[in-house]
Design a protein around this ligand. Structure first.
Ligand code: C2E
Ligand code: MG
Ligand code: MG
Length: 553
């Protein structure tokens, strides 16, 4: 049982005149651990009229990162004269049981520390730290908004742009230079921003490598130029090195009539996200079109769970044809969303589901429905062909994925050779290992594997060298032109030749015209998927195709 000694050392730490927020956090962490607390929050409520920052601020003094579930908290309230109240909430770890004596000790700790520390100073520190980011001393989100509100209320916000920016590749810097150096770079970066801003401008640090700013419209060029590369120094191998920190930037040109600071972080945040994850550009400005797209994506996400439940997703099959014999030899399963009779293409929802980590569910749904169709064909005495199913690269982070795929195929008692799994190439080193394991496991179970959109990425040769694949799908960009380039012809001839020698089949997708077919035959590829033969077909039409596999071309 924790004793008086730990209570005293907690009080001692807090009673020091030098105690700042970090001291308080450390002392709290020590005592919380002894008393099996998972989290300690301080809520400070300041009454209207007492300071410009009236309202309630929340500060988490301690949180054990290994736990997220707690028992009901112990609440201790302290009134601070007329101006407000401080509430300390102590959350026991799930399952912790306390003796009466221990409960009294917790109360004692709360009371003594509050008394020692001095309630006003306590309120000061809490309020200040609730408003600033401890690493850089810049306002945090609460502090930033608190400073912005008067500008909005005074109808002056229209003179400003609102920014949200995130440092490019900062996670990698942390790995390269170490966490301490990373923190130091963030501090220097923040100091440079603080130097830049005028007395009527604001910059804030939301934590990590996320920053916000409200800068005069007249200084747009100057500020965006600064954000394209802020030099900071760091030590590497004992040598001082200058590193330029560039940011991905979202900008909101604040409209003149704007009087509400509510969107000041969110809107440029949306633009920053679009710049980083969708446009892959350094900067994006908030526009009506962007907001419509974001609303549309949100609709997709909101509707996704019920669409899955109601089985609104349909599987279409696009034939793969051997152009030498003009016969159907395979198909690709392509998903469509039948939303109230409107057929939505995957381009409208797959990227959103990938970004939000939801795509895995849909991919397995498509696989399962494909297996159901194959089962029906077999039962009806119709000979199926091998069907390839797309698996998003995001899914392979789940190490059990290959087993889940095998299990689903097994559930319908389908010969593994009827299924092929398609994935796209990757340049990401972390994904490389996962991908290798995933493909190996499938191949061990005689499930065919294909690399989709081959040649559209940057890693084609290493893909051939390293991955256990059965088929390459040549990207349609190679044949998408009016005329065919000599370079493409040479590259394709060699790739196809190389693949053949490695025992890998080659198919070309997106073949629409006879001249494209001739070109691709000339370079040695005869498996074809494209509108020249067929579009993706609803299951009934495809079932008819299966019953008559030859094309008259
Ligand atoms: P993909 O896997 O490369 O599929 C081929 C896409 O090219 C399909 O588009 C197909 O309709 C289209 N296509 C085929 N032949 C031609 C042609 O001759 N001309 C033209 N212009 N297009 C042709 P779709 O069905 O819109 O699918 C787009 C992408 O969405 C797919 O590209 C795939 O990456 C993804 N996708 C589709 N279904 C799924 C799925 O169930 N799971 C996952 N993760 N992705 C899927
Ligand atoms: Mg595909
Ligand atoms: Mg493709």
């Amino acid at each position: 049982m924790p004793g008086m000694e730990s209570i005293l050392s907690f009080c001692r730490a807090l009673s020091s005149t030098k105690a700042d927020i970090i001291t308080i956090q450390k002392a709290t962490a020590a005592i919380a651990t002894e008393y099996r607390l998972g989290r300690v929050d301080i809520d400070i409520s300041i009454r209207e009229g007492f300071t410009p920052n009236a309202g309630t601020k929340y500060l988490t003094l301690f949180q054990n990162p290994n736990y997220t579930e707690y028992e009901e908290p112990f609440d201790f309230r302290f009134r601070v004269d007329r101006e407000g109240e401080i509430l300390a909430r102590l959350y026991p770890l799930k399952g912790s049981v306390y003796t009466d004596a221990e409960e009294h000790e917790l109360e004692l700790i709360a009371n003594i520390s509050f008394f020692y520390f001095g309630r006003i100073r306590f309120a000061d520190v809490v309020e200040k730290s609730a408003m600033t980011q401890y690493l850089t001393g810049l306002p945090n989100s609460g502090g930033y908004i608190a400073k912005a509100v008067p500008i909005f209320k005074a109808h002056r916000a229209g003179n400003y742009d609102g920014y949200f920016f995130n440092l490019k590749g900062f996670g990698l810097m942390g790995k390269k230079y170490g966490i301490k150096q990373g923190d130091d770079m963030i501090r220097q970066y923040a100091a440079k921003l603080a130097d830049f801003i005028g007395s009527d401008e604001i910059v804030g640090h939301l934590g990590g490598d996320n920053f916000v700013a409200m800068i005069k419209k007249s200084r747009y060029d100057e500020f965006t130029k600064l954000l394209s590369g802020v030099p900071v120094t760091t030590i590497k191998n004992g040598q001082s090195t200058v590193v330029k920190l560039a940011a991905t930037v979202g900008v909101w040109h604040i409209p003149g009539e704007s009087t509400d600071a509510g969107d000041l972080i969110g809107l440029p945040g949306v633009a920053m996200n679009a710049a980083k994850n969708v446009l892959h550009q350094p900067l994006c400005v908030v526009s009506d079109r962007l907001l419509q797209q974001v609303a549309e994506q949100k609709r997709v996400l909101d509707r996704f769970p019920s669409a899955m439940r109601k089985e609104e997703f349909l599987v279409y099959y696009q034939p793969k044809v051997d152009s030498r014999s003009n016969t159907l030899v395979g198909a690709e399963a392509l998903v469509r969303w039948n939303h109230k009779g409107e057929m939505i293409s995957p381009g409208a929802f797959i990227p959103v589901l990938e970004r939000e980590g939801e795509i895995g569910k849909l991919d397995l749904y498509v696989l399962e429905h494909t297996c159901m169709d194959i089962r029906r064909w077999l039962d009806a005495g119709i000979a199926p062909v091998q069907v390839s199913v797309n698996i998003s690269r995001k899914d392979i982070a789940d190490a059990t994925l290959a087993s889940q795929i095998i299990e689903i195929i097994g559930k319908y008692e389908i010969n593994h050779r009827y299924i092929q799994i398609e994935v796209t190439e990757t340049t990401d080193e972390a994904e490389h290992g996962l991908m290798t394991e995933f493909l190996n496991k499938l191949r061990e179970h005689d499930i065919s594997t294909a690399i989709d959109d081959f040649g559209s990425g940057y890693s084609s040769l290493s893909t051939l060298r390293n991955f256990n694949i059965s088929m390459l799908k040549i990207d349609r960009s190679f044949i998408n032109n009016e005329t065919f380039s000599k370079n493409d012809e040479i590259i394709l001839t060699d790739i196809i030749h190389m693949a053949e020698r490695l025992g890998i089949e080659v198919i070309t997708e997106g073949v629409e015209r006879k001249d494209q077919l001739d070109f691709i035959n000339k370079v040695g590829c005869f498996l074809i998927q494209g509108f020249y033969y067929d579009k993706p077909l609803p299951v009934d039409e495809f079932t008819e195709r299966l019953q008559n596999k030859s094309y008259t071309k």
